[in-house]
Unconditional design. Structure first.
Length: 341
């Protein structure tokens, strides 16, 4: 289906899932990270969750942590957080694979999740009740920030023989913009609209499925939002000649003017087999919670993670106590404030 991208269609598509989640429906898809929403067993780590209504004021020692799909960064990083939190506290952490940001905001709002990883732009839209139709008139007033983590790099992924060398080449192409209602789709539609690409065939799946679509020739390009290196792109690059389309010059300026959350970023040479560094833009990943979480729980989780960064292996060049409030786009939870000062 050819998609004539305009603001109304964009927010209608991204809002369909989020509205259901915020209204209290369960089992919705969508979210950031462009990931599949199935939950998987990861070698003994508990990844399925029972709804316990959130930790709330009940002081439960079990917390539910909503991540992203298994093809991106949110899921493995969340499992590393699980390990350090359980090693430093008496808390038990259940990590759930989800569609990430937009879906996770709904889970936090309902109390189905106690903590979650989301994008800072989606957090702002949710808290302010703007930007995405899911949040229009439905501001998530109980959403609270804990810490920012690392740049969420915007990848436009294609194969070397696709003929797509610049963002403007995406006009008329078949593009996977990420899971329907996801933060990745939010970013993809913002960027495409900003650079004037309004006529394209849209597909909506997570990272791993998008990789298969590229390999099979079903799509021309895919948007992937995540901290490099993204596992699904690495896997694709192991068998295919991958190109990351640069976002620079006028395209970068247009995107950053349209959405002030975007910042200059670069994917280094050697990543995904790239010969040269690729300029692009990024938002920022963050840990979020809800206002109902006890201060002591949020402070303990914050301390467990940021006092033990040396025990992490993912994105350690970016995650630190000193930078954990850079790009914080929403009100900080008092428990996080107690730790970060």
């Amino acid at each position: 289906m050819t998609r004539k991208l305009d603001r109304r269609q964009f927010i209608a598509a991204t809002g369909a899932v989020g509205l259901a989640g915020l209204a209290g429906c369960t089992g919705g898809n969508g979210g950031d990270g462009g990931e599949e929403t199935t939950t998987e067993d990861t070698g003994g780590e508990e990844t399925t969750t029972e709804s316990n209504g959130g930790n709330g004021g009940g002081g439960s020692s079990r917390i539910s942590w909503h991540a992203g799909g298994t093809g991106g960064t949110y899921f493995p990083l969340s499992n590393e957080f699980k390990s350090v939190i359980e090693g430093a506290t008496d808390l038990t952490v259940q990590v759930q694979s989800t569609g990430a940001s937009v879906e996770n905001v709904g889970s936090l709002a309902r109390g189905d999740a106690d903590f979650a990883l989301i994008q800072n732009d989606v957090a702002f839209f949710a808290r302010e009740g703007t930007g995405i139709e899911a949040f229009q008139g439905n501001a998530v007033e109980n959403l609270r920030g804990v810490a920012t983590l690392y740049p969420e790099t915007i990848h436009i992924v294609t194969l070397a023989d696709s003929g797509v060398e610049t963002p403007s080449d995406l006009s008329g192409k078949t593009i996977n913009t990420g899971d329907l209602g996801s933060g990745t789709q939010v970013n993809a539609n913002q960027i495409l609209d900003a650079i004037g690409v309004t006529d394209y065939n849209e597909q909506n799946t997570g990272f791993s499925q998008a990789s298969d679509q590229l390999k099979n020739g079903d799509i021309d390009a895919a948007f992937v939002v995540g901290g490099w290196p993204v596992g699904a792109i690495e896997e694709l690059a192991a068998t295919e000649d991958v190109r990351i389309v640069p976002i620079d010059g006028d395209a970068r300026a247009a995107a950053e003017e349209a959405a002030p959350f975007y910042a200059d970023d670069e994917i280094p040479a050697g990543t995904y087999g790239l010969e040269n560094a690729v300029p692009t833009i990024a938002v920022k990943a963050m840990i979020a919670t809800n206002a109902e979480q006890p201060d002591a729980t949020v402070e303990a989780v914050s301390a467990a993670i940021f006092d033990n960064v040396d025990d992490l292996t993912i994105k350690t060049d970016f995650i630190s106590k000193d930078t954990a409030q850079e790009g914080m786009s929403i009100e900080l939870h008092p428990g996080a404030q107690a730790y970060f000062g």
